[in-house]
Ligand binder design. Sequence first.
Ligand SMILES: Cc1cc2nc3c(=O)[nH]c(=O)nc-3n(C[C@H](O)[C@H](O)[C@H](O)COP(=O)(O)O)c2cc1C
Length: 395
Amino acid sequence: MFRYFTAGESHGPELTGIVEGAPAGLTLTEDYIETHLVRRQQGYGRGGRMAFEKDRAIIGSGVRFSKTTGAPISFSMVNRAFEKDKSNWPKVMAKDGERGDVERITLPRPGHADLVGVQKYGFDDIRPVIERSSARETAMRVACCTVARRFLLELGIEIGGHVIQLGSVGYSSWEDVRKAADPLANTGAEAVYKAADESDVRCLDSTLSDQMREEIKVRRKEGTSLGGIYEIIITGLPAGLGSYVHWDRKLDGQLAQAILSTQAMKGVEIGYGFEAGRNPGHQVHDEIEWNGRFSRKTNRAGGLEGGMTTGMPIILRGVMKPIPTMLKPLKTADLDTKEEQDTRYERSDVCALPRAVVVAESVVAPVLANAVLEKFGGDSMEEILNRYRSLNDNE
Ligand SMILES: Cc1cc2nc3c(=O)[nH]c(=O)nc-3n(C[C@H](O)[C@H](O)[C@H](O)COP(=O)(O)O)c2cc1C
C-alpha cells in the first residue's frame, strides 16, 4: 500500500519526501514529476517573487533505469528562498547555536495556524509554526503523490481538475459545469486538466476566466485575498473500489480526508453534493440502465455509492478559503504585550486556488491507488496489470 511522508520547512534548506509501497516496475522519472510540480507553481494571483522559483524533486532511492524497484522512494527538493537569501535564512533556520539577534515573530495572523500552533507547542515565536504549516509543504506532497498518479495512469485511471468558482465568479449550475467538463472527461480526465491549464485561473470557460482574473485584480488592489471552489474528476475507474462494510473502508470518506488535509480546504462535496440536500430524490438519484453493462443515466452521485466506485467518473469538489496573509491588515493581539495591533504583511499569494487544484488532483491519487491495490494486489506492475486486466475483462 502507498504511504508517504513529507518533512521540511518553507525556508529551510530543503523539503524531503519518502514514498513507501509503490510496486516494482513502474516507469518514473524526475521529469514526469516536474510536470506536475511546475503546474503547482503556476496560476494567476501569485505574489511577485515566487514566479521564478522552479521546483524539482530529486530522486535519491527506489528508482533504477527509470523504473521503481519496490523499495522506498526518497525525494529531496531545494528551497530556492534559502539558496537566494544566504545572509538571512541559514541564520533564521539554524539547526545549532542560540537565537542571538534572530527576530521573534509575535503577531499571529487570523486564519493561519500561528496562534494555536504556538499555544499547542509552547513556543514564544511564531516562526516554527509558519515554516511548517505553510503550503510550501504541498510541493513535496505533489511530488510524493505523483508516484501514485503515475501508477493509476498505467491502469488507465486519469485525474483532472478545474476551477468552478473564484470569489464571486463562477458557473451558475451543476449542469453548466457538466457541459464544460464532461465532453473533455469522456476522453479521459487528463484532458480536463490540460484544457484547464490553458487558463491561468484554471477555468475551462474563457469568459469566466476573464471575470475571475478581474476579480483577483480588484481584490489585490484592496489588499485582500480570495478563495473558491474546484472540481476534481477521475475517470477510468472499475466499479467496486472501496467498500460499504466498514466506515474506514468507504472511499468517499477517504477521499474527503485527503482533500481536507490540504492547507486552506474547508469542505468537500461528492457529486451533486450540497445540492442533493436542496432537491427531492427524483432529481438527485441516478437511474440505473443496462446497455451491455450496468450503468447510470446521470452521475449526480459523483461515481460513488455506498463508499464504492460505481464505474462512473468520480466527481469531487473542494472549497478553499481566502488566503490568511493579506496586505490590508486585520487586528490581532501581540503574544508578548497582549496589545491589539495590525497584522504584519509577509510575501503571499492573493489567490492560490488555481495552484491548489493541482494539489487536490495529487492528494487523491494515493487513496485511489490503495483502493486498486486492495482489490487487485501485486508487487510488480506486471503482476498488477495482469490481475487488473483479467478481472476487468470478466465483468
Ligand atoms: C497552494 C496553496 C498556497 C497557499 N499560499 C498561501 C500564502 O501564500 N499565504 C498564506 O497565508 N496562506 C496560504 N495558503 C493557505 C495556508 O497554508 C492555510 O490557510 C494555513 O496553513 C492554515 O490552515 P487551514 O487554512 O487549513 O486552517 C495556501 C494554501 C495552498 C493550498
